[in-house]
Design a protein. Structure first.
Length: 83
């Protein structure tokens, strides 16, 4: 998990945290610290291409597309990280 996390930029790490916590809704409505929505959206696209996140099977019509972490162990590892 450390190797996966360390290979990500700070924006990609923030986007991964936001997807894990909120799906992509947080990327549209909030920014994680000083990062812009555009930066987070670009980071989210990178995470999709790398296969770290994927579409959530629980998609409501009002929510639009939502994403989840593909690896449940990575999700648990992120839960244990500060920040």
């Amino acid at each position: 998990m450390v190797a996966v996390w360390s290979a990500l930029t700070p924006a990609q790490q923030a986007a991964l945290r936001e997807v894990h916590r909120h799906g992509n809704a947080a990327l549209r409505r909030h920014t994680a610290g000083p990062l812009s929505r555009t930066t987070l959206a670009s980071a989210q696209q990178h995470l999709l291409r790398q296969g770290l996140i994927g579409l959530s099977p629980h998609v409501g019509s009002r929510q639009g597309r939502r994403y989840r972490l593909v690896d449940p162990l990575l999700a648990d590892w992120i839960d244990g990280r500060p920040g």
